[in-house]
Write a protein that binds this ligand. Structure first.
Ligand SMILES: Nc1ncnc2c1ncn2[C@@H]1O[C@H](COP(=O)(O)OP(=O)(O)OP(=O)(O)O)[C@@H](O)[C@H]1O
Length: 236
C-alpha cells in the first residue's frame, strides 16, 4: 500500500514549443506516511498531484499504486482505480448544496456501486472522526469554512483509499482552523494507513510530515528529510 512515482516527466503545449512542468520526478510515499510538497507558484505542485491521481498521463515515467503500475491502463481501469484507491482533497470543498454532511459522504458509496444506506454507519463514524458528529445533518451553508473542509476530508476517505492526495487544504482557513485540519490529516494518515501527499505553502505544516520535498521549475531541489510526526488512533 504505497504510491511511487518513477522518473515522471510532464510537458504542456506552450505556443510552438512545450513547457516542462515536471522533470524526472521520483517519489516514494509509503503507507501511513505524509510527504509534504512545497515550492513556489508554478513549480509543478498541482501537476504532480494530478499525475499521482492519474488524472493526467505523464509524457514519460510510471505511477505505481499499491504495487500496480498504472501505465497502459484503460480510461475505465483508471477511473476504477481512482474511485477505489485514491482520495483527493481539493483546495475548495465543492460540497453539494442540497445534501447534508452525512449525505455528501454516502454519495461516494453510490458512485462506487455500493448501497448508500449500508454505508451510512461508516459515513457517520468518519464525521465523528473529523469532529463533526453533531453537524452530520447540516447542509453546507450551515457549516463554517473549517467544518466544510473537514467534510471534504472525510468524504475523500469514504471509500478507504490507500492514497490520499491533498492540495493546499488550509488556503481558505485561518491559522488555528488550518492547523486543526493538518492535525486531522496527520491523524487519519497514520490510522487509516494512507500514503498521503500534502501540497502546502505553509512551512508550519512541514513539522507533521514524514518527509518533505521541494519543487522548483518542475524538479526536486532538496533531498527528502524525515521527521517523526505521528497521530492518534481513530479506531476507523
Ligand atoms: N493546463 C496547462 N497548460 C499549460 N501549462 C500549464 C497547465 N497547467 C500548468 N501549466 C504550467 O505548468 C507549470 C506548473 O504549474 P502547476 O500548476 O503544476 O504549478 P504549482 O506549483 O501548482 O503552482 P501554484 O502554486 O500556483 O498552484 C507552470 O508553468 C504552469 O503555468
Amino acid at each position: 500500500m504505497s504510491l511511487t512515482l518513477t522518473d515522471i516527466t510532464l510537458t504542456y503545449p506552450d505556443g510552438d514549443t512545450r513547457l516542462t512542468a515536471l522533470d524526472q520526478i521520483s517519489l516514494h510515499v509509503p503507507k501511513g506516511t505524509i510527504t509534504a510538497v512545497i515550492g513556489p507558484s508554478g513549480s509543478g505542485k498541482s501537476s504532480l498531484l494530478a499525475v499521482a491521481a492519474t488524472l493526467i498521463t505523464p509524457d514519460t515515467g510510471t505511477v505505481t499504486i499499491d504495487g500496480t503500475p498504472t501505465t497502459g491502463m484503460t480510461r475505465a481501469q483508471l477511473a476504477d482505480l481512482r474511485r477505489n484507491h485514491i482520495g483527493i482533497v481539493f483546495q475548495q470543498p465543492n460540497l453539494l448544496p442540497a445534501l447534508t454532511a452525512v449525505e455528501q459522504l454516502q454519495v461516494m458509496s453510490h458512485i462506487t456501486g455500493h448501497n448508500p444506506t449500508k454505508s451510512r454507519p461508516r459515513a457517520l463514524a468518519l464525521l465523528d472522526a473529523v469532529g463533526l458528529a453533531a453537524q452530520a445533518h447540516r447542509h453546507p451553508h450551515q457549516l463554517s469554512g473549517g467544518q466544510r473542509q473537514r467534510v471534504n476530508i472525510a468524504r475523500a476517505l469514504m471509500n478507504t483509499p490507500t492514497v490520499l492526495l491533498v492540495d493546499e487544504p488550509t488556503s481558505a482557513l485561518d491559522h488555528d482552523r488550518g492547523a486543526a485540519v493538518i492535525d486531522l490529516i496527520t491523524h487519519l494518515t497514520h490510522h487509516q494507513s494512507t500514503a498521503t501527499v500534502l501540497v502546502t505553502h505553509d512551512p508550519t505544516h512541514l513539522t507533521t510530515a514524514t518527509q518533505t520535498t521541494t519543487l522548483q521549475d518542475g524538479r526536486i531541489t532538496t533531498p527528502m528529510t524525515t521527521t517523526s510526526g505521528r497521530g492518534q488512533d481513530t479506531g476507523l
